[in-house]
Design a protein around this ligand. Structure first.
Ligand code: G6P
Ligand code: ZN
Length: 544
């Protein structure tokens, strides 16, 4: 194997965000751009010679080309084995599982998650460490720092690897193995959930379902698990073929983007259960006939019912949610007397808590839920969790949700996103909010009195690391909250997210529309941040 050193120059913009480095495909296609970042990662890591690297992506445009480039750089840097998903495909949770199962050194996942794909759209890359989870901030900071001074990367001259046929080949000291992307993951799911019960519930017609793979990575996974293993009719999985441009859509599972599914679920021929996942298979949207389950509620309901699922029958050690996620799961934790942790946005913050067993289940308002089975959020896992719940409780999704609210109260919740805001305006909004923090406590706005106003700072209870400036919180004496933060996953301008919640213990008032029930707080949020005033917009781009 002849290693070549290729001279390069640093790019200034290789700072990973909430979930890896995400840029337009065109940015990644600049000479040496991907190469620099991959070499910066390898330069920042130690002791991987001869070890295994997992490699795969969500199949979006540039996935295959990127994999060929990375194979050569990984070979030149001394890895001993590459485990690559067939066709260059691996869902994010499957990659996490494969890293863990085969005790790999780490993995590179190619995805921009729920962002659109295609030659004019987004691409992304992230590095996951040996526990299967996203690299912690100290690592991503090191990658960025290295990228600022890099002047060469290593590669080898070799023919492109055939990604489509399973099996191993040897190139010098390196073994390259093309693996089935689905089978290890499907086996894991079988070990967590009650597959015989699910199979019986589906074949008897008690559960009818519709899963929208959004032309992204979960198509092959859903076909194998839901159709081949659990016996659902083939038509139960729609948009199952992964496409490089996701059929021109946003592979983002929410009511706006998964509208094909949403239309069916709110029609008079809705199946019992409907769900969707995103580009790389880690997000989920859960619906039932005539009902949408907010991700925050979904997490709380899972926590409350976990003992009905075989893998969690012994109960949960604890739970965690990201700071902007509603406080619904906190109520479940309090009633079960288990700890509930509040972390910054980003799945990586759950890793340590899962590793030391402080938590079993965790989730985020951004359509992510997961458990200690992998170190990523997991879309199909959430789908199977809900199916298992429906089968065990013999209740509809709507009944499960309403009963939960009656028992624990409802945390009425919504999120408003203002996308592609000019960065200086977005920064000024944050500055303006920050400036108000000291004077807000004690102020009265209608029926809301401010109890606290601060900027969320997180201290990891396992490694002691501190993450500052993780979002602005305004809490009220009645438990309501408004949270403001700038997204760390966008690729154009800045996205301002406003998260609003209010607790409603009275079951006769729980069935209100969230936008109506939260109208006063939504108005107050504008008064505080002035996003409409400062951008001239009339309302948010997306509401979830
Ligand atoms: C990705 C991350 C999540 C995060 C979400 C939203 O999906 O994996 O952990 O919650 O992005 O992040 P953002 O910074 O855009 O709000
Ligand atoms: Zn994703």
């Amino acid at each position: 194997m002849h290693i070549e050193m290729i001279t390069t120059h640093p790019y200034q913009d290789q700072n990973p965000g909430t979930s890896g480095l995400r840029k337009k495909v065109k940015v990644f296609q600049q000479p040496g751009y991907l190469e620099n970042f991959v070499q910066s990662i390898f330069d920042s890591l130690e002791d991987f010679t001869g070890k295994t690297l997992v490699l795969g992506g969500d199949g979006r445009y540039f996935n295959r080309a990127a994999i060929q480039i990375i194979i050569k750089i990984a070979a030149a840097n001394g890895f001993g084995e590459l485990l690559i998903g067939q066709g260059g495909l691996l869902s994010t949770p499957a990659a996490s599982h494969i890293i863990r199962k085969y005790q790999a050194f780490g993995g590179l996942i190619l995805s921009a998650s729920h962002n659109p794909g295609g030659s004019e759209e987004d691409f992304g890359i992230k590095y996951n460490v040996g526990n299967g989870g996203p690299a912690p901030e100290k690592d991503t900071a090191a990658f960025y720092q290295r990228s600022q001074s890099i002047n060469a990367y290593k590669t080898i001259a070799m023919a492109d690897v055939d990604l489509d046929n399973l099996g191993s080949q040897q190139i010098g000291d390196l073994t390259i193995t093309i693996i089935d992307p689905v089978s290890d993951y499907a086996e894991l799911m079988q070990s967590i959930f009650d597959f015989p019960l699910l199979k019986q519930s589906i074949s008897s017609g008690y559960i009818t379902l519709l899963f929208d793979a959004m032309h992204a990575i979960t198509g092959p996974y859903a076909r194998r698990i839901l159709v081949d293993m659990l016996g659902a009719p083939a038509e139960s999985v729609i948009n199952a073929e992964p496409l490089e441009d996701f059929g021109g859509h946003h592979p983002d599972p929410n009511l706006a983007h998964a509208h094909e599914l949403a239309e069916v679920m709110f029609s008079d021929h809705a199946p019992t259960f409907g769900a969707a996942s995103d580009g790389d298979g880690d997000r989920n949207m859960i619906t039932g006939s005539q009902i949408f389950v907010t991700p925050s509620d979904s997490l709380a309901i899972m926590a409350a019912n976990a003992q009905l699922i075989p893998a969690y029958s012994a109960g949960l050690s604890g739970v965690a949610r990201s700071m902007p996620t509603s406080q619904a799961v906190d109520r479940v934790a309090a009633s079960y007397n288990i700890p509930c942790y509040e972390t910054p946005t980003g799945w990586k913050f759950f890793g340590n808590l899962l590793d030391v067993g402080k938590i079993t289940l965790c989730g985020e308002e951004s359509f992510g839920t997961g458990s200690n089975h992998v170190r990523e959020k997991d879309g199909l896992w959430a789908v199977l969790f809900w199916l298992n719940l429906i089968a065990r409780r013999r209740q509809s999704v709507a009944d499960i949700v309403h009963e939960h609210w009656q028992k624990f109260g409802r945390d009425i919740y919504c999120r408003h996103d203002y996308e592609a805001v000019e960065t200086p305006i977005a920064n000024a909004i944050v500055e303006h909010l920050r400036a108000q923090l000291p004077t807000l406590p004690g102020q009265v706005f209608g029926e809301y009195t401010v109890k606290f106003a601060d900027e969320f700072c997180y201290k990891d209870s396992v490694d002691g690391s501190i993450s500052r400036n993780q979002g602005i919180r305004v809490g009220f004496t009645n438990g309501s909250r408004i949270v403001f933060r700038l997204s760390g996953t966008g690729t154009v301008g800045a996205t301002l997210r406003i998260y609003i919640e209010r607790f409603e213990p009275d079951s006769s008032r729980q069935n209100q529309d969230a936008q109506v029930a939260l109208a006063e707080l939504i108005e107050l949020a504008e008064q505080l941040c002035e996003v409409k005033k400062r951008t001239g917009r009339v309302g948010p781009d997306v509401m979830t």
